[in-house]
Design a protein around this ligand. Structure first.
Ligand SMILES: [Zn+2]
Length: 166
């Protein structure tokens, strides 16, 4: 059982074990926003709510400039699984400037791409294809991208997670 930790400003901060979350609550460092009512925790002092979402009492400063590592899954997620060239459902990623021509593995040079466009494009640039990118690829930002474990959320977290911008 995992617990979503929200910063005092309500933005997602971390995903921890419910035991760790309970320790924070018992030390008055956090309050429970949502609990799994069907599965209370039994300890030597009695039964406790099993927290599924907690809110920190004090604001934790997040260091600026934390970079999200680029990944295939991340690119698909950022682009909402939509092909950057035709808008169809995308299952692959494409180097806008092909790797064979010096294109990098970067957020700016990778886009979600459908199989068809990927095959047609091959080692060419969008300009050579007379294609236009529907999106300007950028590194994603926001805590939803930086919190490990948040990409597979529990249903109880739904109300507390802001939708990820595509
Ligand atoms: Zn396409």
């Amino acid at each position: 059982m995992r617990t979503l930790v929200l910063n005092a400003g309500f933005e997602p901060l971390a995903v921890v074990s419910f035991k760790r979350a309970l320790v924070l609550v018992m030390n008055d460092k956090a309050t429970i926003l949502a609990a799994d009512d069907d599965n209370p925790v039994f300890g030597s002092f009695g039964a406790y709510d099993r927290p599924s979402v907690i809110l920190l009492t004090r604001y934790v400063r997040i260091p600026q400039g934390r970079m999200v590592p680029v990944s295939r899954r991340g690119v698909l997620r950022r682009d909402g699984h939509r092909c950057a060239y035709c808008g169809a459902n995308a299952t692959t990623i494409d180097h806008v400037l092909p790797r064979s021509r010096g294109g990098e593995d970067s957020w700016e040079n990778l886009v979600a791409c459908c199989l068809r466009c990927n095959n047609v494009k091959g080692d060419r640039t969008p300009a050579e294809m007379h294609w236009e990118l529907k999106v300007r690829p950028r590194p994603p930002h926001g805590s939803a991208w930086l919190v490990r474990g948040i990409e597979s959320p529990l249903p109880q977290w739904d109300d507390f997670l802001t939708p990820v911008a595509a």
